[in-house]
Ligand binder design. Structure first.
Ligand SMILES: Cc1cc2nc3c(=O)[nH]c(=O)nc-3n(C[C@H](O)[C@H](O)[C@H](O)COP(=O)(O)OP(=O)(O)OC[C@H]3O[C@@H](n4cnc5c(N)ncnc54)[C@H](O)[C@@H]3O)c2cc1C
Length: 571
């Protein structure tokens, strides 16, 4: 079965997120919170992006003969060299990406943007790129926040970006085995729209869901908001088709289990466009939930809430874990109510909780058949109460779900108001989580405050595993004159703190350009050698996404444990 989907792609603005018409402006309370917390004289909207016509783009350097070869493959209408398409593909959606484009800098834009329609076209395009010495960036939704789609030329004569949006079909559905095969350019909402008539869901909802693609999920090992329940993208994927400069490669197996040697699928998953182009993939799907029940709990401190999540994971009946499981620290709990504009009913109920002056808020969503999930919520409630939690009803969880995809719009307004904001994430074992939280948070505060500025850091846990959890930091300060230097300073300080804490350099944002200098600390020098060898086997000319994933210059010494003694938990 092949289903064609006419997917409506939301307009992704060149300077920010999604469709600006959907953005809700900040209210007076939120503005006052920002002004006073960050000690800013004004948060007036006086830093808007330049007009699109003012954005500077470097000259497109592809020769007419090369363009003719590319047009012959896809059809001329699918090869773009106009300034607007090039600007739209000049990078991803990290804060430095947006700062550059808002200031009118798209000088690094690719020479051409190609929209392939089939795996065969991709194969032919790669052959031209090898022959003509062109770098290739594969572009899914372009939502990378680690420089994953930055058009780095890597010393090549030119650079093209392959935008996968035309490859957006459901290729095959096996409802009995609960698997579905899609082309890689299909976006989050279209995946769900294709599965819904069959009563199925992928259950993968990153905050970037409306823009991000299946190929992007697989290439970055993304994690969705319900991944505690449904699993991360790397757990959902069963097989993938990769077009490489050395030819096509089918990785993975549809068999439910296999012992056929090392799992080569794991070479493709997380490869971030550096080995080839994922053109399709088969993933596990689940029955769409008949119902959802919500829970919100307050804890006296982040540490108490964290311990409650651990107990829920360790002492709960297997399968009782909520699909969505989030815990905000006290700062995030406070700012959620101030910046998020949550309903007053929920706010007063929350504030009236006795004896918890600076509480932390935990939100849960259980999904499944109604009687089952109510029983799961009841059993979980017993553990949460014993761990010191106070129940707050279902309203905060519903409010969170209602606004969960609108957060990214906030960043555009904050930048316009001269407020620097960025996020980063990691994960650590339960035994190292508290130290990781404390030291990374402090490193961000110190780096932001280096020149005496006030700063605000808020943190949450959003993914819970048997052996630990993720940590997601959002940080704000006044935007310095050189916002790119400000960003680089904070990211480096936090990355060093993450490495020192023995946590992972990325839980779900992937490596890209930003984390590459710290990867050696995690996978070791030999790990880097193995990655390089795999790249040399599939992409010997090195045209695929230069400058991503594999570090050129490590920033930190390798601390990867090499003996069992090195792996011992710290006291
Ligand atoms: C506001 C916002 C919220 C986010 N929330 C989350 C979140 O909740 N969870 C999460 O995990 N991430 C999140 N991200 C990060 C990002 O959305 C994910 O990394 C996502 O998986 C990227 O998908 P994409 O299609 O946009 O890929 P792109 O950004 O286009 O590409 C990302 C990387 O994958 C490669 N790539 C893309 N498609 C292919 C392909 N077909 N074949 C080979 N390589 C490919 C690219 O070359 C690049 O290296 C968020 C980002 C933003 C801006």
């Amino acid at each position: 079965m092949v289903t064609h989907l006419t997917e409506e792609i939301s307009p992704s603005v060149w300077y920010g997120w999604g469709d600006p018409a959907r953005a809700k402006p900040l209210g007076p309370g939120a503005l006052e919170f920002l002004r006073s917390t960050l000690g800013l004289a004004s948060v007036a909207p006086v830093h808007p992006p330049v007009d699109l016509a003012e954005v500077r783009v470097g000259p497109a350097s592809l020769r007419e003969t090369v363009l003719a070869e590319l047009r012959a493959i896809t059809g001329a209408e699918h090869v773009a060299i106009d300034a607007t398409e090039r600007i739209l593909h000049a990078g991803g959606k990290s804060t430095p990406d947006l700062l550059r484009r808002r200031a009118g800098d798209a000088l690094d834009a690719p020479d051409a943007v190609i929209f392939p329609g089939t795996a065969e076209e991709v194969r032919e395009i790669l052959a031209v790129c090898v022959e003509r010495k062109l770098a290739v960036v594969t572009f899914g939704g372009g939502t990378s926040v680690v420089g994953g789609v930055e058009p780095l030329r890597g010393g090549f004569d030119g650079i093209i970006t392959l935008d996968m949006r035309r490859m957006n079909r459901l290729l095959h559905l096996d409802p009995l085995s609960r698997t579905a095969s899609f082309e890689a350019g299909i976006r989050g909402p279209a995946i769900e729209a294709a599965l819904a008539p069959h009563g199925l869901t992928l259950g993968h909802f990153p905050q970037s869901h409306q823009e991000a693609t299946l190929g992007g999920y697989v290439a970055t090992r993304s994690s969705g908001q319900s991944s505690t329940g449904y699993g991360r993208s790397d757990e959902l994927v069963k097989s993938a088709h990769l077009e490489t400069p050395m030819g096509p490669f089918d990785a993975g197996s549809l068999a439910p289990g296999t012992a056929a040697g090392p799992k080569l699928l794991d070479v493709v998953v997380g490869s971030e466009g550096t080995l080839g182009v994922i053109t399709s993939a088969t993933l596990k799907v689940s029955p769409a939930p008949a119902e959802k029940v919500y829970g919100a709990w307050s804890f006296p401190s982040f540490a108490a809430g964290t311990e409650a999540l651990r107990q829920l994971r360790h002492h709960g009946v297997r399968g009782d874990m909520p699909h969505v499981c989030r815990l905000s620290d006290t700062d995030e709990t406070a700012s959620t109510f101030k910046l998020g504009g949550w309903k007053t009913g929920a706010l007063s109920r929350y504030l009236s909780v006795r004896g918890q002056k600076t509480p932390t808020l935990a939100l849960f969503v259980w999904e499944g058949p109604a009687p089952q999930i109510r029983a799961r919520r009841r059993r979980s409630a017993r553990i949460l109460r014993r761990a010191g939690g106070v129940p707050l009803g279902s309203l905060p969880g519903k409010s969170w779900e209602h606004g969960r995809f609108s957060g990214p719009y906030l960043r555009d307004e904050l930048l316009t108001r001269g407020v620097y904001v960025e996020t980063l994430e990691t994960a650590a074992t339960w035994s190292r989580l508290e130290e990781t939280y404390r030291t990374v948070r402090q490193s961000i505060l110190d780096a932001l405050g280096e020149h005496g500025a006030a700063a605000f850091v808020q943190t949450h846990i959003s993914h819970v595993y048997p052996d630990g959890a993720s940590l997601y930091f959002t940080f704000l300060s006044g935007l310095e004159k050189d916002g790119l230097a400000q960003n680089a300073r904070v990211k480096d300080a936090a990355s060093r703190a993450i490495v020192a804490a023995g946590a992972t350099i990325t839980h779900h944002h992937a490596v890209g350009v930003d984390h590459a200098p710290y990867l050696n600390a995690e996978i070791g020098d030999l790990g880097i050698t193995i990655l390089t060898s795999i790249k040399n086997a599939l992409d010997p000319e090195g045209i695929m996404n230069p400058g991503k994933l594999i570090p050129k210059q490590p920033s930190v010494p390798t601390t990867h444990p090499t003996t069992l003694a090195d792996t011992k938990e710290r006291p």
